[in-house]
Design a protein around this ligand. Structure first.
Ligand code: FDA
Length: 373
């Protein structure tokens, strides 16, 4: 038997919060991570004085004061506000859909004019009954112009399917605002950690009761780990843990293409979405704008994000929570209950799209539950 109380598989945010809290409660924790770095998908790395978000744009946002205070123990946050811009065939529109967007699209000036325009387009579409697919759902919420220019191409690229083949539930609601407010989130607290995200996980794991090993895959020694550790917190893919015995859960993957440009300011915003169907990427991130232009003079780093199908061996970025996959996940969750000493957590272990604040909350709940047993 090992000297450790817990083996944490995965040094992402869930694993790190769990390990940190368990160590504070006097437990001895071993963390293994298959990548050659800690921090999972929130990993950031400094290049040319710029914090590069290696696995896509990460903006911390929450309305939960406790979670905000919790994360602020590990880093100071700047005042970054997520206000992406859409590029549709060279025309720029503010997001989320708000009075700036409506004014750019139609020249309207007041909320009443914008509402009338949207209503007119909804009426002209002559949809009746429950929306049968994502296209009908979007048009019934926001009308045809915004659907055609800002939703259709982007969503089809994101999911790799036609909007008429995608289920309506993907967009139950759309962020629509009848004010001139480009803040994407409605949350009370928002920002980017000054100095990047990796330091947060580094500080969480920097405890005498925690040992971390990177470049170690759980599946290389699964049976040994199960025999050696009294309890395992597993934050990898739940279907892989069970050797896909009930079938594969589906994921969407991404390909990131990062390049350094010899200019101070490439696109003038941290995130620009490309909402037409022809551009193969969904967005370009210019990392220095997350920190208000910090970084070396005359240099900037940009990343193009290409959605991709997932197959075994690829990075599983997004769970595809449709009915088929959710049903299959429930069956895996039943198997998981029988796996007495293993707790499945995080985005991949629970097959759920978690934002960072939600994953911190879920890890805190898990550690509290276990330590109360
Ligand atoms: P995460 O995937 O980060 O960590 C799991 C770790 O386990 C990984 O490091 C993996 O390598 C490791 N692992 C898996 N299998 C293993 C094995 N067999 N052996 C050893 N190690 C193994 N959230 C937000 O709040 N604001 C935002 O703006 C964004 N933006 C965003 C963009 C993109 C492109 C993505 C994909 C996600 C976001 N998120 C986000 C979500 C955010 O990334 C997410 O909440 C956390 O990273 C989830 O942390 P986890 O620990 O659950 O998973």
């Amino acid at each position: 038997m090992s000297k450790y109380d817990y083996l944490v598989v995965g040094a992402g945010l869930f694993g790190a919060v769990f390990a940190h809290e368990a160590a504070l409660r006097g437990k001895h924790v071993k963390v293994i991570e298959k990548r050659n770095h800690i921090a999972g998908n929130i990993y950031t790395k400094e290049v040319d004085g710029i914090q590069v978000h290696q696995y896509g744009a990460h903006i911390f946002h929450t309305s939960d004061k406790q979670i905000w205070e919790y994360v602020n123990q590990f880093a100071e946050f700047n005042r970054y506000t997520n206000s992406p811009v859409a590029n549709y065939k060279g025309h720029m529109y503010n997001l989320p859909f708000n009075m700036n967007t409506f004014s750019e699209l139609w020249g309207v000036r007041t909320p009443a004019e914008a509402q009338a325009k949207i209503q007119e387009q909804k009426d002209a579409a002559q949809l009746s009954g429950e929306p049968k697919n994502l296209e009908e759902q979007a048009i019934s919420l926001i009308g045809t112009d915004i659907y055609e220019k800002l939703i259709k191409g982007y969503t089809e690229k994101q999911w790799g399917q036609k909007a008429t083949d995608l289920p309506a539930f993907i967009i139950r609601r759309l962020p629509v605002r009848y004010t001139y407010d480009n803040n994407y989130f409605n949350d009370t607290y928002q920002g980017i950690p000054i100095g990047g995200y990796t330091q947060i996980v580094e500080k969480m794991l920097d405890h005498p009761e925690i040992d971390v090993e990177t470049g170690v895959d759980f599946f290389a020694n699964k049976n040994q780990y199960l025999a050696d550790f009294p309890k395992i917190i597993f934050t990898g893919m739940i279907d892989q843990y069970f050797n896909y015995q009930l079938g594969e859960l589906e994921y969407r993957s991404l390909r990131f293409e990062t390049e350094e440009r010899d200019v101070d300011n490439y696109q003038g915003n941290a995130v620009i979405n490309y909402t037409d169907a022809e551009t193969p990427y969904t967005r370009i991130i210019e990392h220095k704008h997350f920190e208000f232009g910090k970084g070396d003079k005359g240099k900037t780093i940009i990343t193009r994000e290409y959605p991709a199908n997932w197959k075994r061996g690829d990075e599983p970025y997004y769970p595809v929570n449709n009915t088929r996959n959710n049903t299959l996940y429930k069956q895996y969750a039943e198997l998981a209950k029988q796996e007495g000493n293993v707790i499945f957590g995080g985005r991949l272990g629970q097959y759920r799209y978690y934002d960072m604040h939600q994953v911190i909350h879920a890890a805190l709940v898990t550690v509290n539950k276990i330590s109360n047993l």
